[in-house]
Design a protein around this ligand. Structure first.
Ligand code: PRX
Length: 553
């Protein structure tokens, strides 16, 4: 369904092929596919021909290492050109190709690589220590490839430059049917370990179509997507969508820096910019004089994703940048944009916009009743769009639970107004959305329990002006342990090393004990009420006595 048939030639759905070889066959071999701008001023242009050759080399490397189609290969690197070559090469070789946010700590890596049964990974020397500590728990991991090692370091720790130099730059991508598994992204839930949302090559139809019809990408555009390739936005719209259309992308390897970003928008004549609300809110806090110094007349559209886009950001965009900012709603599981404010549609500030014409959305009650306009409920989608995830890898049971009464349950709550616009209300689970990163309270709690002195932990998201939500940890201490700056720092560093920097609690509160149900489940709702001073609601199933969990000074 919903096919964009012109990108499918001879039944070839392979994403790696479509983004590289097919663009060369269309006569775009010499066109710049990626202008790479490093953090320290480095610049390099890669044409579609370069992408084709580099990704083909890597596809040969993957095959030579014995990673068979359907086996899992991961990339664990910050944004750098090799990420793009390896991603497309892995897909050409029909490996299930996953990307991991480079800030992940060792526990986060172990959970994801172990669950996926990863066979090979591309990383760099400075991250090797993380792998060495978890290596014996990863029996399927056969090869670690290092982008920055000139020589192999061990029989299973190999030099990427050496392998690439030895590999042929020709690779005939085997015909890849649409339902062939493709990209794997792990996403956090509020209970249990993170789950791997598995996609298939057919997703390119939706990613390509939305890149054209929502992001409005045209052949001469210069497009910049700020997302890291470790997250789904970075692959669906920082690789696949734009390159399937032969569009030139800018990729910047540096971190947020208002001045550098504006210089990039100006000097590189960026015409379409896809970014995130936290970044826009950070820009809003900058000295307004900064913006006057740059000419952004090349910018045609600005889009945002990942968190609610506040109406104030939209008015700031109009006033200071002279542009509307279009909100787009989607998820790792949806693989592409489904609900959006988009060029040509009147923006309702604060609303995510309307579903795409070929997407059926609804607000559904827990019993499956479709609710009328204005009523709050579960945001649901009719399954079947091309980029819908095909499984939670190795967790088919959890996947099935996401579908009820003929709907896919997104886990978000929302309402629809009389004109069909959707208004985000929150999550129906405890997942924390901090600066567009989903953080599992469970993962943070588990890490905190490993800190000497901490007996119990309960983690919540609390609203934050900049980050949308911040991570707040409630802890109960072991007898004899005392809370102070030293233990707090230890706890922060531990979460950062084990899970990731984005999961590190911004704030700690110490309690005598953590409220739990009789079956031992942490009552995060009680912690939230305690944090905000709101009402706790029904606590009849809790095993703690009121007053027994007083906050400690
Ligand atoms: O809660 C919604 C929020 O981010 C979740 C999806 O996160 P993830 O799978 O990491 O994918 C993020 C990038 C596609 C959603 O369930 N979210 C995403 N976009 C919006 C949003 N919340 C409000 N408004 C949005 N535009």
């Amino acid at each position: 369904m919903n096919a964009t048939p012109e990108i499918i030639q001879g039944g070839q759905y392979n994403i790696g092929h479509i983004c590289t070889r097919m663009q060369c066959d269309r006569g775009l071999g010499d066109k710049v596919a990626m202008r790479w701008l490093g953090a320290h001023g480095e610049r390099a242009d890669y044409t579609f021909g370069d992408l084709e050759r580099q990704s083909s080399r890597f596809a040969n490397v993957v095959g030579d290492l014995g990673v068979a189609p359907g086996e899992v290969f991961f990339i664990f690197l910050p944004k750098m050109p090799e990420v793009f070559f390896a991603f497309l090469g892995g897909l050409k070789a029909r490996a299930i190709t996953g990307t991991l946010f480079a800030n992940f700590g060792e526990e986060a890596l172990l959970d994801r690589l172990g669950d996926a049964g990863c066979k090979a990974i591309l990383t760099r020397q400075s991250y090797l220590k993380k792998f060495q500590r978890i290596r014996d728990k990863l029996p399927t991991l056969k090869h670690i490839l290092l982008v920055d090692a000139e020589k192999d370091l061990a029989p299973d720790v190999l030099s990427y430059p050496r392998l690439m130099a030895a590999a042929s730059e020709r690779f005939e991508t085997a015909l890849t049917p649409p339902e062939t598994p493709s990209v794997l992204h792990y996403t956090s839930g509020s209970t249990g370990k993170p789950k791997g949302a598995l996609h298939h090559h057919r997703s390119v139809l939706h990613q390509s179509r939305t890149a054209a019809e929502v992001l409005d990408l045209k052949p001469d555009d210069r497009y910049w997507c700020t997302a890291d390739q470790g997250w789904v936005t970075g692959t669906s719209y920082g690789i696949i969508g734009p390159w399937s259309l032969g569009v030139t992308q800018l990729h910047f390897g540096g971190a947020y820096d208002a001045e550098k970003w504006f210089r990039l928008l100006q000097d590189e004549r960026v015409s379409v910019w896809y970014t995130a609300p936290t970044a826009l809110r950070m820009l809003m806090r900058e000295d307004p004089a900064l913006f006057g110094r740059f000419d952004l007349s090349g910018v045609r559209h600005i889009f945002s994703v990942g968190e609610p886009l506040n109406p104030e950001v939209i008015s700031w965009g109009r006033k200071v940048l002279g542009h509307d900012i279009y909100d787009t709603w989607w998820q790792t599981e949806t693989g592409g944009i489904l609900i959006t404010n988009r060029p040509g549609l009147e923006i309702r500030p604060g609303s995510m916009g309307r579903p795409l014409p070929w997407i059926e959305a609804a607000i559904v009650a827990d019993d499956g009743t479709v609710l009328p306009d204005g009523e709050h409920g579960n945001l649901c989608l009719k399954p079947g769009w091309d980029s819908m995830f095909i499984s939670y890898f190795h967790h088919e049971d959890v996947y099935r639970q996401k579908f009820r009464h003929g709907w896919y349950l997104t886990g978000d709550t929302a309402y629809r107004d009389a004109d069909g616009y959707y208004w985000f209300q929150g999550r129906s689970d405890d997942v924390i959305n901090t600066s567009g990163h989903l953080v599992s309270p469970f993962e943070v709690e588990s890490a905190l329990l490993e800190v000497a002195g901490i007996a119990e932990a309960g983690v919540i998201g609390a609203s934050d002006d900049l980050l949308w939500e911040k991570v707040v940890a409630f802890v109960a201490l072991r007898p004899g342990a005392a809370w102070g700056p030293e233990l707090e720092l230890k706890a922060r560093i531990h979460v950062s090393n084990r899970v990731s920097t984005v999961a590190t609690p911004q704030e700690f509160r110490v309690l005598e004990n953590i409220p739990k149900t009789k079956s031992g489940k942490i009552m995060r709702r009680v912690l939230k009420a305690r944090y905000t001073g709101g009402s706790v609601g029904d606590v009849s199933t809790l095993d703690f006595q009121d007053g027994a969990n007083k906050e400690q000074p």
